[in-house]
Design a protein around this ligand. Structure first.
Ligand code: CA
Length: 224
């Protein structure tokens, strides 16, 4: 899952980004509204967090412009304390939720998780395929009821695969959703991570779940 944070107060932006990265999200930061809008238009984010008061272009305006372009990714707005008018304007412009400053990281994370869960058709936080289970809340992964320890990136990859069950996942989809802007697309880092993930998920099991499609990417499926 990849998140865009647009916040001009560097301290707050970094605080949010650091926390989200620890929760295995890929995160990009913009420090003004124009750059935020630009990134929001060119990258396929899963969720965006906008401060309302921003230089160049405010959060409400970014939100309005994205919605006009039919970009319907969940948006969480950050507002100054007791700024009731901004909240109303924010929600009218198409934001999905707002959070009043100051907030704790846990409050922010809870809102983020609720918004992301709306994306997935099933409301449960446990994703399942065959005998493989991934818990999005506590990050526990099990196959045949045995716990599997994954790195942060392997977890993010598997979560992405499980949310796109039965779909062909290209390397560029993975680089766009699981890695952030610092990602070097020329490297073989995705293949290495998928190989490691597959070793942990499929090794020792008769039924293989992660499949490589030569030339097009990967596919997670419950093969019969
Ligand atoms: Ca601000």
């Amino acid at each position: 899952m990849r998140i865009l944070v647009v916040e001009d107060e560097k301290r707050i932006a970094d605080f949010i980004a650091r926390g989200l990265k620890e929760e295995q999200f890929a995160v990009d930061i913009a420090y003004d509204g124009e750059q935020g809008l630009y990134l929001a238009e060119i990258n396929p984010y899963d969720l965006m967090i906008f401060d309302i008061m921003l230089p160049k272009l405010d959060g409400v305006e970014i939100c309005r412009r994205l919605r006009l372009k039919k970009i319907n990714i969940p948006i969480l707005m950050l507002t100054a304390l007791s700024d009731v008018k901004n909240k109303v304007v924010g929600l009218n412009s198409g934001a999905d939720d707002y959070l009043t400053k100051p907030f704790s990281f846990d409050e922010l994370l809870a809102r983020v998780k609720v918004l992301l869960r709306r994306l997935t058709a099933n409301k449960t936080s446990v994703l399942k395929v065959a005998d493989l289970e991934l818990n999005q809340l506590n990050h526990e992964v099990k196959r045949a009821a045995k716990t599997i320890i994954l790195t942060a990136k392997e977890f993010a990859l598997l979560e992405y695969f499980m949310l796109h069950l039965g779909q062909v996942i290209s390397r560029s989809m993975i680089s766009e959703h699981v890695w952030d802007e610092q990602f070097d697309s020329m490297s073989n880092v995705i293949d290495v991570h998928v190989r490691n993930l597959r070793n942990k998920i499929d090794d020792g099991f008769k039924k293989k779940l992660i499949h490589t499609l030569r030339g097009s990417g990967y596919l997670l499926k419950d093969s019969k």
